[in-house]
Design a protein around this ligand. Structure first.
Ligand code: ZN
Length: 661
């Protein structure tokens, strides 16, 4: 639910091709496609035709191999580590025999307590308890920097209560939403039966759950609106919050979660909290108990016995993403270790697998990219000098984190036991909840990482004004110290430029050099920026992902602006490199051709249709072919290098090209 940072990839990915000495996969090229018509399919077509998505994946491509490779490395580390928590967490996840024997036992005390609830006060106490363990609830709370005063932490209240990935699945009647919703209704009934309900009771439970979740969905802010930081920033004193949402006794609730004496809270979606209050008065207590019991069973499914795991897999992986079979148990167990003891595992990982030389090389690349970014801002034809000055100020203030944190998180005091997988997960979630709440009133921890070092991804964090690159992404096909420079600039170079550009996309540009949500633009410059962004928004809206399903221009705008920025900044940095080191052809390919080839190859990906639709409806990142072809369409050096002409499918009249950064 965090909205504040923008990742480079939604989930990470892999590659099946052996790398050549210069880092390219020329066998992947499909010469039957004209690069001027579809560069993505030209660069990747043969690979896309011959590769197969493994049965346990929803997508397969340029970096799932990297993720899978990393998982194999982690498996060995976890199996041989002497670190007790890591070892026992992994063992408890693998111990299906015990998990099956325990069945529902791990959550029985919670279910009994919930069943005994007699009034709203007790219901609130249950919400506090379940929320701390991440198991059920109507909303969530998180501790983040106050977006308008980033030197302080604040408590955010955030909408919740939905068990499908987005409100649109409850509210829209397009074929994909109807397909998923129909399956979800069955899923609720099946989970209820696994929880002990008779067929008749299960039908009743299904009705109650759908009624309550649909009401939450109607009151929820759309994902498009949530990308506007002004729309999710609402400061309330406790007295004001009590007025906004009177049916919850907020003082009691906040004290219960460990947030005492708050001067104010930040409410993400005030309309949602108004509606929750109305619902608490209108929906009978018995129905709330039914909803929360289901929510608890559903959230806990992954940590219980096989029938629950299978049902959860059916809806969340098979129906939603088209995955055919479950991942092997060891990969799921590894996921549990990463999710609970992430930095403990991360520390072991970087010690074993991350070469210090990569960190130095990366540091130099980032410095190169900052340099060209500044030059580009200064030369922008559409921005006035005053705004340029502020943009440069923001760029210079942007900090970088590379590979792994300076200080790893401590997990001291977290009890991890063999034979108690569910208990381990509940304790770990509660432990993290406490860690978060402890931040209130403390100085900002500028060393904190929001991703683990073993994650194949990267992010920009607006209130921190920082770009972050975990160790695991600093590998081929993104980065390889031995590869041709074209590959590194087009690969990790464009990832770096992408993250930097998030500081200047439609969302990030609303934050100033200190990360505060504060306008630094002149009206005229902002209008120019918006005219240019609108071009990209329309290009995305026009792109069909699956028959009848288009990209969402507003949802993907920030990522699409960042993709374009990543390309142009990486290109400029590469041009500087060529000036310093000279040009040469390799295997008959010019430096420019190699740059574009590497750029298109790092993004290649196959997706199952269900997964493609899910992403089009919920993922702020566009699909792979658009992430490559669209920035190229808008990029003059691409048209020069390939001599595109009117009539070529990628040709765009220069007056209609989106040029922002
Ligand atoms: Zn991004």
């Amino acid at each position: 639910m965090r909205t504040k940072y923008n990742t480079f990839w939604y989930t990470a990915n892999t590659m099946t091709v052996k790398k050549g000495y210069w880092g390219f996969d020329t066998k992947a090229i499909d010469l039957s496609v004209r690069p001027q018509d579809d560069f993505y399919h030209y660069a990747n077509g043969s690979w896309l035709k011959s590769a197969k998505i493994p049965a346990d994946e929803s997508r397969w491509g340029s970096f799932i191999t990297l993720r899978v490779d990393t998982e194999h490395q982690l498996k060995k580390l976890v199996e041989t580590t002497r670190q007790q928590q890591v070892r026992d967490m992994y063992a408890s996840a693998l111990d299906l025999k015990t998990r099956n024997k325990l069945g529902l036992k791990p959550i029985e005390p919670l279910r009994r307590e919930l069943a005994a609830v007699k009034n709203h006060k007790q219901l609130e106490r249950m919400l506090i308890k379940l929320g701390r363990m991440g198991l059920a609830g109507m909303w969530s709370e998180m501790i983040e920097q106050d977006l308008k005063n980033t030197t302080k932490y604040a408590l955010f209240l955030w909408q919740g209560g939905l068990n499908m990935p987005d409100r649109d699945y409850y509210l829209q009647d397009l074929p994909e939403q109807v397909r998923v919703r129909t399956a979800y209704i069955q899923h609720v009934e099946k989970i209820a039966k696994l929880g002990g309900a008779s067929p008749k009771e299960a039908k009743h439970i299904r009705g109650v759950v759908l009624k309550i979740e649909t009401r939450f969905a109607k009151a929820s802010m759309s994902k498009e609106d949530m990308r506007d930081p002004h729309k999710i920033y609402h400061k309330y004193t406790l007295a004001q919050l009590q007025k906004l949402s009177p049916a919850v006794s907020w003082q009691h609730y906040l004290a219960g979660i460990g947030a005492k004496k708050l001067p104010y809270v930040l409410v993400g979606q005030p309309e949602f909290f108004k509606e929750v209050s109305r619902m608490l008065r209108e929906v009978p207590l018995e129905e709330w108990k039914i909803f929360l019991d289901y929510d608890l069973l559903n959230s806990a499914s992954g940590m219980l016995s096989e029938p629950f795991i299978k049902e959860s897999f059916w809806f969340y992986s098979q129906v939603l993403a088209g995955v055919k079979v479950m991942k092997p148990l060891w990969r799921r167990a590894l996921g549990a270790v990463g999710g609970t003891l992430g930095e403990l595992l991360g520390r072991v990982y970087v010690e074993a697998h991350f070469p210090p030389a990569s960190k130095r090389a990366m540091d130099q690349l980032v410095t190169d990219l900052f340099e060209v970014y500044e030059a580009r801002i200064k030369a922008l034809p559409w921005m006035t000098a005053a705004t340029k000055k502020k943009a440069v100020k923001k760029l210079r203030a942007m900090t970088r984190k590379i590979a792994y944190p300076k200080r790893f998180k401590s997990y001291a005091g977290l009890a991890i036991k063999r034979g108690d997988f569910a208990g381990n997960l509940m304790r770990a979630t509660e432990f993290e909840h406490k860690r978060e709440l402890r931040k209130l009133g403390r100085p900002i921890d500028r060393h904190e990482w929001l991703m683990t070092p073993q994650t194949v991804n990267a992010y920009f964090n607006p209130p921190m004004n920082e770009i972050v690159f975990p160790a695991a992404i600093l590998q081929w096909p993104f980065f390889d110290a031995k590869a041709d420079a074209a590959l590194n600039y087009a690969g990790i170079g464009s990832v770096i430029g992408h993250e930097m550009t998030h500081g200047f996309d439609d969302e990030g540009s609303k934050f100033d050099h200190k990360g505060n949500l504060k306008n630094w633009w002149s009206v005229k410059d902002r209008t120019q920026f918006e005219v240019r962004s609108k071009l990209i928004e329309r290009q995305a809206d026009a792109h069909e992902v699956e028959p009848g399903v288009h990209l969402n221009g507003k949802l993907t705008l920030g990522e699409n602006i960042a993709d374009l920025g990543g390309l142009v900044i990486a290109w400029d940095a590469y041009q500087n490199y060529l000036k310093k080191h000279g040009r040469r052809d390799i295997a008959g390919l010019s430096p420019e051709q190699r740059f574009f080839l590497a750029y298109a190859q790092m993004e290649r990906e196959l997706r199952r249709p269900e997964s493609a639709k899910l992403a089009a409806l919920t993922d702020p990142h566009a699909e792979a072919s658009f992430r490559i072809n669209n920035p190229l369409k808008n990029f003059a050096p691409f048209h020069d290098a390939l001599s595109t002409r009117k009539g070529d499918k990628l040709y765009v009249d220069p007056s209609k090209r989106a040029e922002i950064w």
